[in-house]
Design a protein around this ligand. Structure first.
Ligand code: AHM
Ligand code: MG
Length: 408
């Protein structure tokens, strides 16, 4: 459709599908798809000519079939499509929408952290003996509130909670959600990338809190712990949201990896990458090399090998943000390897199996990559406790396999 006015803008013609809203010099004109050739529209006394190009030839018809550049797919419409296609049920659609809502809220908190005086520590120490940042605590509350309000979650387990929480019966749903509400929060005060990570497990009835029967809270808690401790193989969905120069929501439902970018003008996540595939190999390594002296000799050998220019004369490049989501996202797109190994001080490394390593491994496998603890596939590991740590090596398949050979 071509729109022309007596005061035609510099852009001579604009394409519209469906309804088009056109603003020029504070005057708004609305033209419909069904406008007939040279139909005259009137708006506040201003005459506007609206016309539709007649579909006279086959070439013209083909042209109209081309997807409009103005057609955007939001996360919400994409989720509804997955539901229509039977990939997820309505309940899971609601859980995922509520997670995306939590991420939008956290994104806005992260962006305003200095202004809102949310920098610095909260004063408490979390279950891992680490100082909780103010924003860690707030983000945990935001995530938990959104999940509770969805009415579709039964148990939630967070990095910031000592034990998994059974959602009160009035809000009770089935899905088990594990999450790290604000990973890499040590970067927050310097406005460096952070992220939220989540995994969703299969519905489970065993953790229902029935206030009428004699079940004690302790018994419920124990059942919840057992239910949450599932291997990554059971994940139904996993994703992360990266708070960086763009806010990016990456999601897998077990049928590929999809990425959505928050459009700050709309306040909506827009589908920007479909079926992401990680390169098979890549020459970037991402390890905290400050721990080098604490590492196993076999790992030192592997890292030394990466730094050796060899016959090509080009060693690997080092990139390390110290924020798993940021380091992982770069690895997913550019290829290479990210690692948080065990060391002499932390026998199991630093990262948590349930809500950091397993969701990221599910995503990387869906993109054709690999997640390993050095010996075995992360998704095969059966957690024995909620906050269990494991070494993590994740990224391009060939790179992770090379590392496994060095460690064997
Ligand atoms: P956190 O969950 O307390 O934020 O810690 C996890 C973070 C990861 O994002 C990051 O990969 C790692 O800790 C960095 O640790 P280090 O500072 O030891 O390199
Ligand atoms: Mg974390």
């Amino acid at each position: 459709m071509t729109v022309s006015t007596a005061t035609t803008p510099t852009t001579s013609s604009l394409s519209f599908s469906h309804l088009s809203f056109f603003q020029h010099k504070k005057t708004s004109f609305l033209c419909t798809k069904n406008s007939i050739v040279k139909r005259k529209c009137e708006h506040r006394g201003v005459h506007v000519k609206c016309m539709v190009l007649e579909k006279s030839s086959a070439a013209e018809a083909k042209k109209t079939k081309r997807q409009s550049v103005y057609k955007l797919q939001t996360l919400t419409s994409w989720l509804l499509k997955q539901e229509q296609d039977g990939i997820i049920d309505a309940e899971l659609t609601i859980v995922l929408s509520s997670i995306s809502m939590a991420c939008k809220q956290i994104a806005s908190l992260v962006q305003r952290v200095g202004i809102s005086k949310l920098t610095g520590v909260h004063g408490a120490v979390n279950t891992h003996g680490e100082d909780q940042k103010k924003l860690d605590v707030v983000s945990n509350e935001v995530f938990s509130n959104c999940l509770r309000a969805s009415g579709r979650t039964g148990i939630i387990a967070s990095e910031e909670e000592d034990v998994p929480v059974a959602v009160e019966e009035s809000y009770y749903g089935n899905y088990i959600v594990v999450f790290d509400p604000l990973d890499g929060s040590s970067n927050i005060d310097a406005a460096v990338s952070t992220g939220s990570i989540f995994g969703i497990y299969t519905p489970n009835d065993d953790c229902l809190l029935d206030l009428e029967d004699s079940t004690t809270l302790d018994t419920v808690e124990q059942r919840c712990i057992v239910n949450v401790c599932q291997p990554g193989n059971n994940l139904l969905a996993a994703g992360y949201c990266m708070y960086s120069s763009s806010v990016i929501f990456v999601l897998t439902l077990g049928n590929g990896v999809f990425s959505f970018t928050l459009d700050p003008m709309f306040g909506e996540f827009i589908l920007t990458q479909e079926n992401i595939q990680i390169p098979k190999a890549g020459n970037i390594y991402s390890f905290n090399e400050g721990n080098y002296q604490l590492w196993d000799d076999r790992l030192k050998k592997y890292i030394d090998h990466l730094k050796d220019p060899g016959p090509s004369g080009k060693p690997y490049s080092a990139r390390y943000i110290g924020s798993l989501v940021g380091d992982f996202h770069r690895t997913l797109l550019y290829g290479g390897i990210y690692g948080y190994p065990r060391n002499k001080k932390s026998r199991n490394g630093k990262l948590r199996l349930l809500y950091e390593c397993a969701p990221m491994s599910f995503i990387v496998e869906q993109a054709g990559g690999k997640g390993s603890d050095g010996q075995q596939r992360i998704l095969d590991l059966q957690p024995v406790e909620i906050h269990q740590r494991v070494p993590l090596y994740i990224g391009s398949r060939e790179e992770v396999e090379k590392l496994e050979k060095y460690l064997s």
